[in-house]
Design a protein around this ligand. Structure first.
Ligand SMILES: [Zn+2]
Length: 353
């Protein structure tokens, strides 16, 4: 069946199928989960199932060959609207919902949704990057969410639920999406032809936090080389905060002076650090050998760890995760990096080998 194309997210699929079977489909959904795990592809498949002319909605499947399916796949279905943050813009403008200033209220998504569906079923809107709604566009959308047209289905897609205005959130059924498993990501990399190298796919998937987008970026040899060099530093017998900070800041500054790009690069280093220490903790608990040589080198020094050592190392992981969240909150990158590695050094010295 056509859902086979969607990797993972079976719980969400079954939940929606059940909701449709009970005829309890809501007018508005909010799909939440990290970037690059297939929320948009899932939402499109969902829409396709509702628009397929050979399957009833209750069957929750799509043939892929009828006019409805073909139009969804080609992005030309007259009752399906996909909007998001325009390329190069930071926010979704109000025009997206209400049309340009000279045609306010006479075009745009809210206008389109208010009309009867052309194909007779539903009008479905996917609002991608929903965290990029500004106050004005959120208010415009809110009016439609407060009184959704009877034939409409609106799916907002966002990375963090906290970034959605409470007034919008409260009008939506929230559906949370989990990161993909490492095996699923590796499979997708190979299946989608992003690489033919199974080892590279495995390494990229392991550091991807379950995001295909992140994994695809990690296929980049430079980034993998950076990860490897960072792991060398992290595995050094005595953690050298200055050396790690210097290496990371050099890498960040090499990306240029744009703050969002710098933050993205910093995010990679933080993820690598989380991967390193998390893997070390797992291997110390299970006493099973892993595949990252530097992690092996690091954890062998602990041998059979004490409870204090395990707690100390887990705290290091948590501290790095917290720093990664700070990065998203627009705190200055250099300050975050310095403070983090300074503290990680202190924390590691507090759990001596
Ligand atoms: Zn079909």
């Amino acid at each position: 069946m056509s859902w086979d194309e969607i990797v993972g997210h079976h719980t969400q699929r079954d939940l929606l199928r059940g909701t449709i079977a009970r005829q309890r489909l809501a007018h508005t959904y909010l799909f939440v989960g990290m970037d690059g795990i297939g929320k948009r592809a899932f939402a499109l498949k969902f829409a396709q199932c509702l628009m397929c002319q050979r399957h009833t909605a209750e069957e929750f499947d799509a043939c892929g060959a009828c006019p409805g399916c073909k139009q969804v796949l080609a992005g030309t279905h007259p009752d399906l609207f996909v909007v998001g943050c325009p390329e190069g813009k930071r926010e979704i403008p109000i025009d997206t919902f209400l049309g340009p200033a000279d045609k306010r209220g006479k075009s745009g998504l809210c206008y389109d949704l208010s009309h009867t569906p052309m194909a007779g079923g539903r009008k479905i809107a996917l609002i991608c990057d929903a965290e990029r709604l500004n106050e004005e566009s959120a208010n415009a959308l809110l009016k439609t969410l407060e009184e959704p047209p009877p034939h409409s289905l609106i799916i907002l897609i966002a990375t963090h639920i906290d970034s959605i205005l409470p007034t919008i959130r409260s009008r939506c059924q929230v559906l949370r999406f989990s990161p993909l498993s490492t095996a699923d990501v590796a499979e997708l990399l190979l299946k989608n032809g992003l690489t033919t190298d199974a080892d590279a796919a495995q390494v990229a998937a392991a550091s991807s936090e379950g995001s295909l987008t992140q994994a695809a970026m990690l296929l980049d040899g430079d980034l993998r080389a950076q990860r490897n060099r960072l792991f060398d530093l992290l595995a050094a017998p005595a953690f050298n905060s200055l050396a790690v900070t210097g290496f990371v800041m050099d890498g960040i500054e090499a990306t240029g002076t744009e703050a969002p790009v710098q933050r993205e690069q910093a995010g990679w280093y933080f993820r690598f650090c989380v991967e390193f220490f998390k893997t070390a903790v797992t291997e110390l608990i299970t006493q099973q050998p892993g595949t990252i040589p530097q992690v092996t080198q690091f954890r062998q020094r602990y041998g059979q760890p004490t409870a204090d050592q395990l707690t100390g190392l887990s705290n290091v992981v948590e501290r790095i995760v917290a720093a990664a969240i700070h990065l998203d909150q627009n705190v200055a990158v250099a300050l975050t990096v310095e403070a983090l590695f300074d503290e990680v050094g202190r924390m590691l010295r507090a759990v001596p080998v």
